[in-house]
Design a protein. Structure first.
Length: 355
């Protein structure tokens, strides 16, 4: 068991941190309207966004605010975990078709019924496990909309389920032998040159809910032991570092000639497994939201949001990465509808006609 309140500072050998200052490009050279980007900037000012970045073909075309200020990423944590699982999958550590009944780590499935243990790891990562137990860091809406236990067979129903996401984090740590935060620092943040994430983490009980608000902390395990013994894993990242992560994914998992995330994992995880809004083509893949691709489109666009106001968006067809942040560690009034406006203004700023 990790010691409560132990502050972990990592010194990890085995890789040389990449030097990756983002190269800037003039908007008009990248196919963007300066006037429309100014409209976007004005909206960000009015709505008190913290920061935002747009990358076009790996170059910085727009930035707003302090892009090196770390903030809690909320549910974007799931999209970060996805890559760590992909690395372990590529190393042969697990098979997506394994059921919970057959995994080696029996303690992880204590208390589950035989029916629930028929869920596969793929079901869990797709948020389709059919395990409807209390979990740490559930929002009121998640609790309200949770199906009754036993009401769906594993794999048959999509429900955005923190039991699945928290289990996925615990499973990763079991097969890797590492903390999520240590692994992310060693395998992703360091190799791609993240400037702010150092892998420092603590444990937090729900009764001490504000103790993690410290720029020297990159992550924390959130325990609600009255609800579950399995913690939620929360990341704090800067907009700059999230932009690098988005670019890594746009690059199909490659960075400076190194294949960090297996391409086949991206192909598997970025499929529209659970279409929940056919009109707008919205779906959930494995630990990512996926836009249902147009016919003939090689790679789907994908994204994740955090509490409806943070966003990482990766658009392969456009060669674009978009990051938007709000300081949700303080009082804020930015809404999910405001984020929709940010998305609309971002795409409206593009003046390319050859996509």
């Amino acid at each position: 068991m990790r010691g409560l309140w132990i502050f972990v500072v990592l010194s990890i050998p085995g890789w040389a941190q990449a030097a990756t200052p983002l190269e800037s490009i003039r908007p008009e050279q990248a196919g963007y309207s300066v006037e429309r980007l100014n409209q976007l900037k004005q909206f960000l000012i009015e709505k008190h966004s913290s920061s935002m970045v747009i990358l076009q073909d790996g170059k910085l075309v727009f930035e707003y605010g302090d892009i090196n200020k770390p903030h809690l990423v909320h549910s974007i944590r799931k999209a970060l975990l996805s890559s760590l699982l992909g690395i372990e999958w590529g190393n042969g550590k697990f098979n997506l078709d394994q059921t919970l009944a057959t995994i080696e780590y029996k303690k992880l499935v204590e208390g589950l019924t035989s029916k629930e243990q028929q869920a596969t790891l793929a079901d869990v990562f797709k948020s389709r496990s059919g395990v409807y137990l209390p979990a740490a860091a559930e929002s009121p809406l998640m609790k309200q909309s949770k199906p009754k236990r036993g009401s769906h067979t594993p794999g048959s129903h999509y429900y955005y389920n923190n039991w699945d996401f928290n289990f996925a984090g615990q499973y990763f740590e079991a097969i890797s032998g590492q903390s999520i935060f240590t692994a992310f620092h060693q395998n992703i943040a360091g190799p791609i040159g993240m400037q702010n994430f150092k892998g420092r983490y603590i444990e937090v009980n729900s009764a001490d809910k504000h103790s993690w608000r410290n720029d020297m902390i990159d992550g924390f395990y959130w325990y609600e032991r009255e609800t579950s013994e399995v913690p939620a894993y929360h990341f704090r990242l800067s907009t700059y570092d999230l932009a690098l992560y988005g670019q890594l994914l746009l690059n199909r998992g490659r960075w400076d000639g190194q294949q960090i995330i297996p391409e086949q994992w991206l192909d598997l995880s970025l499929q529209p497994y659970s279409i929940y809004n056919e009109k707008y083509g919205l779906s959930y893949g494995m630990l990512w939201y996926v836009l249902v691709p147009d016919k003939g489109q090689e790679y789907a666009s994908f994204y994740h949001t955090g509490t409806g106001v943070h966003m990482i968006g990766v658009y392969p067809k456009l060669g674009m990465v978009m990051i938007h942040r709000v300081n949700t560690e303080a009082d804020y009034h930015f809404s999910p509808n405001d984020l929709l406006t940010v998305i609309r203004l971002t795409h409206a700023a593009r003046i390319k006609t050859d996509d």
